[in-house]
Design a protein around this ligand. Structure first.
Ligand code: PLP
Length: 360
């Protein structure tokens, strides 16, 4: 068996033990003589997986009773709409912090539904950094402040979240939920498509706080109401059972590896290795300001576009896959979510050094 070094941005690398467990259990799962995909979502065996996935998320994030974990579908993109649909009533407004393409998409979607206002934007600087505290001004009447915790395309990431003066934060954490422990107190709603840091595509993790649920609109179609997911443990209709099972396997791996404290240690180590290799090279160049750089997605460029392309294709031949930057961005992007270990980044850094020596 030869597994590649996988730096795709999403769907992305999964931890080997999570895949191996699925492989081992595929034909006969939990002694049922069936796979999890072939089992009723109302069965006792499936209920255990469903409950375990929820409980592991609560445990890893230290969620209190006021939060519930919901499993939705439609990706993070559906949450761009579902959040304002549920949280904005006629006349209400929400604040959006624009730090990249996904943040802009969330903002544009909110404007289709209600009033949305830009509280800060770094677009004029090509999103090469996050806004500084004195550049953000929040409307005290805003129902929530929306931010994107990690900008998957531009390679920036919030380390310290803004002080929103008590306005609940709604966060798109699609590409970094579970990268480290964090204090959830100021967050009213968090959502994340699973296919980056949590599992396969097809399920979206939503973490909702009770006071926001209480204020949500009830006059919405059933499957667009957070209340439907909240009241039915995300089993009002058929959930994506195999995706949730895989998320469960990934969460078990995180816990067995040392939880979020260990994830953070590994991620900081990976980030330090890679950014040092870039900054000290005099060849590779990262456009993102050092204080805003992401340890999940690192973007950089070579001296010319031809060299960018040559780098991607030679890397591929050497077993380093998925390094091409986002289609509208060009350059190189290294996505190094939890499942990508420090050894993989060490190997990539060695490749980068060889490539520079041969092409400088
Ligand atoms: C990938 C991504 C999305 C889009 O997710 P879908 O599940 O494809 O809708 C949204 N936000 C961020 C930050 C992402 O990285």
């Amino acid at each position: 068996m030869s597994r590649v070094h996988n730096y795709f941005a999403g769907p992305a690398a999964l931890p080997l033990p999570a895949l191996e467990q699925a492989q081992k259990e595929l034909l006969d799962w939990a002694g049922t003589g069936m796979s999890v995909m072939e089992t009723s979502h109302r069965s006792k065996e499936y209920s255990e997986v469903h409950g375990e996935a929820i409980n592991l998320l609560k445990e890893l994030l230290g969620l209190g009773e006021e939060y519930k974990v919901l499993f939705c579908t439609g990706g993070a993109s559906m949450q761009f709409a579902m959040a304002p649909l549920n949280l904005l009533r006629p006349g209400d407004s929400a604040d959006y912090i624009l730090t990249g393409s996904w943040a802009k998409k969330a903002y544009q979607e909110a404007k289709l539904i209600g009033q949305a206002r830009v509280a800060a934007s770094t677009e004029s600087e090509k999103f090469a950094r996050l806004p500084r505290p004195d550049e953000m001004n929040f409307d005290p009447r805003a129902k929530y402040v929306h931010l994107t915790s990690n900008n998957t395309i531009y390679g920036s990431q919030w380390r310290e979240f803004p002080d929103t003066k008590g306005i609940p934060i709604v966060a798109d954490m699609s590409s970094d939920l579970l990268w480290r422990p964090f204090d959830i107190k100021s967050f009213g709603l968090i959502y994340a498509g699973a296919q980056k840091n949590l599992g396969p595509a097809g399920v979206t993790i939503v973490i909702l706080r009770q006071d926001l649920l209480e204020q949500s609109r009830e006059d919405l179609p059933t499957m667009l109401r957070y209340r439907t997911f909240w009241d039915n443990d995300s089993l009002a209709n058929t959930p994506p059972v195999f995706c949730i099972y895989m998320v469960r396997n990934v969460l078990r791996w995180i816990k067995d590896t040392g939880g979020l404290v260990e994830m953070e240690r590994r991620n900081l180590e990976k980030g330090a290795l890679l950014y040092r290799a870039i900054d000290e090279s005099g060849f590779y160049r990262c456009p993102v300001e050092p204080g805003s750089r992401s340890v999940m997605n690192a973007c950089f460029r070579l001296p010319t576009e031809e060299l960018d392309q040559k780098f991607v294709s030679e890397a591929k031949k050497a077993g380093f896959i998925g390094l091409k930057g986002y289609r509208t961005m060009g350059g190189i992007r290294v996505s190094m979510y939890n499942a990508v270990g420090p050894d993989s980044i060490r190997a990539l850094v060695a490749f980068m050094q060889d490539f520079r020596e041969e092409n400088q």
